[in-house]
Design a protein around this ligand. Structure first.
Ligand SMILES: [Zn+2]
Ligand SMILES: [Zn+2]
Length: 534
């Protein structure tokens, strides 16, 4: 009997999917001429995310080959020879070290996707869909999904172990948007439980008239006026008590939550009263840094909260006047911080470890200082800009920063990424891939991105994005930092970019895929916006 030959197609993109098959002559198949040759097997009691994992494999198998795989339980018989089995195995010192981690193993007739939790199974399924079916999710929704039609797919040989590089990753879909929750899961950019947090004093004691009347000394004194700011006085006994109570309420309501934020409100206006100044003096602070007094406050809160909720963390951002590590105060082990790489005080033109950048040298000094004081040190960065919705071309720095952060051992990663996909989406895609695997070959990643996302227009679109990158790199002198880069948005740059887009449009007319033209139209929206801003 003749064996079916894998009709591994040469793609119109000029690429082939390199898939290893078992054996040579009679290679078992996953799909043969559009017909599925394997079932997806899950337990009848499988939780929702495992069911979703199975459904996604079936859905993308159908999108790719036109064939519908069947989902069955181990008890149900099958006429098919091979199967894809999904199962959960809680991390217990083995290869899977995090609930979101997974392994993918294959034998001659079975692929087994094992997750550290149901979420881990789902992430393993998405990895399988990318590797075996060749699907990519370059951005949320239909525009970002890239399918490679194939009639036949060999049964894969896989030996994959994946664990998250950071204990918590949060923020790549900061403001939500169509399809973004699906994208975040498919690209495996949400690692938890989340160690992210933000400003929170207004949730502990809102700056209402009633609260100001009931707690006259709880609000900050600024320029001799009590209550002229929405910040609190961290030395006020009511503030400490209310912080403890808020933390306890939160942990009791959400027992799985690792950290509660007792971080001051956004902005400035910190307390200048005698009680707070006494704490500054106690720790020998003379330069206006507020880190010592906030560690002192957090330690007071932790001392109480640990009596009822041992091991739970209290979070305070390292931010504005409290970014530097404390000078003498020693945080208790439950102290958590996210060191905030603000675009106004630090630099996104240079990489974090760029010796030529004084601003980032100061920042990495802070990061190292905090890391030495508490194991719960994370970074809070800005991979989307919070008011410049033009291109914010930072791929060349984040490809260096994420492996650097991993090497520093920071526990968690949080980023603001306002959802400006037309102008800043390339940051989010590259960041997601690097956060999942800091050893990712970014040159190869970008080559694939341009080729598959822009098809026939790949060359001018690479030029288009790299032109902004180069302009940003050239935009400032050493030590400028901050917002000096915005000066790059001038006529010559935009004229050259417009020429790139025009060439891309011309080439895309020859592409067989309509989606390439839709993606270019989307990028043009971002360009039109940028022109309007300039
Ligand atoms: Zn005070
Ligand atoms: Zn710099």
């Amino acid at each position: 009997m003749a064996c079916p030959s894998p009709t591994q197609r040469t793609l119109s993109l000029g690429m082939t999917l390199a898939l290893a098959a078992w054996g040579a002559a009679c290679a078992p198949m996953l799909f043969n001429d559009g017909t599925p040759k394997a079932d997806v097997v899950i337990e009848s009691t499988a939780p929702a995310e495992v069911r979703k994992a199975a459904a996604e494999i079936v859905a993308y198998g159908a999108k790719t080959t036109g064939g519908d795989m069947r989902i069955r339980t181990p008890e149900e018989s099958s006429k098919l020879e091979s199967s894809i089995r999904l199962r959960i195995e809680a991390p217990a010192g083995g290869e899977i070290q995090h609930p979101d981690g997974y392994t993918i193993r294959s034998s001659a007739k079975e692929v087994t996707i094992t997750g550290g939790s149901a979420r881990g199974v789902l992430y393993g399924a998405y990895d399988f869909i990318e590797r075996v079916l060749g699907v990519r999710w370059f951005m949320p929704a239909a525009l970002g999904e890239d399918i490679v039609p194939q009639d036949s797919i060999p049964f894969p040989a896989l030996n994959v172990t994946w664990n998250p590089a950071f204990r918590s990753v949060y923020g790549l879909i900061w403001a939500g948007g169509p399809g973004s929750a699906d994208w975040e899961l498919r690209i495996r950019a949400k690692i938890g439980p989340s160690l992210a947090f933000g400003h929170n004093w207004s949730a502990i004691l809102a700056p209402t008239t009633a609260n100001r009347t009931q707690y006259p000394l709880a609000f900050a004194e600024v320029d001799g006026r009590r209550g002229s700011s929405q910040q609190l006085c961290s030395e006020d006994p009511d503030v400490v008590r209310l912080s403890v109570e808020a933390a306890r309420r939160s942990f009791s309501t959400n027992p799985a939550q690792p950290v509660f934020s007792i971080s001051p409100n956004d902005g400035y206006g910190f307390c200048e009263d005698d009680r707070c100044r006494r704490i500054d003096t106690l720790y020998g602070v003379t330069d206006g840094s507020l880190s010592d007094r906030f560690v002192h406050y957090a330690n007071n809160v932790i001392t109480e909260v640990r009596k009822t909720h041992p091991g739970k963390q209290m979070g305070i951002l390292a931010y504005v006047q409290h970014t530097a590590p404390p000078q003498k105060a020693i945080p208790l082990p439950e102290y958590a911080t996210l060191v905030t790489h603000t675009p106004w005080e630090f630099c996104h033109v240079h990489a974090l470890d760029d010796p030529q950048c004084p601003a980032n040298r100061r920042f990495t000094g802070y990061l190292r200082g905090w890391s030495a004081l508490t194991q719960h040190t994370g970074i809070y960065d800005y991979y989307g800009h919070f008011f410049m919705f033009t291109p914010w071309p930072i791929v060349r720095i984040l490809r260096r920063d994420i492996p650097f952060l991993k090497s520093l051992g920071v526990e968690s990663f949080t980023s603001e990424t306002q959802q400006n996909w037309a102008n800043q989406g390339i940051n989010f895609y590259v960041a997601a891939r690097l956060l999942a695997d800091p050893t990712t070959n970014v040159d190869a990643l970008l080559a694939e991105y341009y080729t598959r996302f822009y098809g026939a227009a790949a060359a001018p679109m690479r030029r288009y994005w790299e032109r902004f990158e180069t302009a940003m790199a050239d935009s400032i002198s050493v030590g400028d930092g901050g917002y000096a880069w915005i000066s790059m948005f001038r006529r010559p740059l935009l004229d050259a970019s417009a020429a790139d887009l025009a060439e891309a449009d011309r080439l895309a007319r020859g592409d067989s895929r309509e989606i390439v033209r839709q993606r270019l139209a989307f990028v043009r929206l971002g360009f039109d916006y940028t022109e309007a801003v300039v």
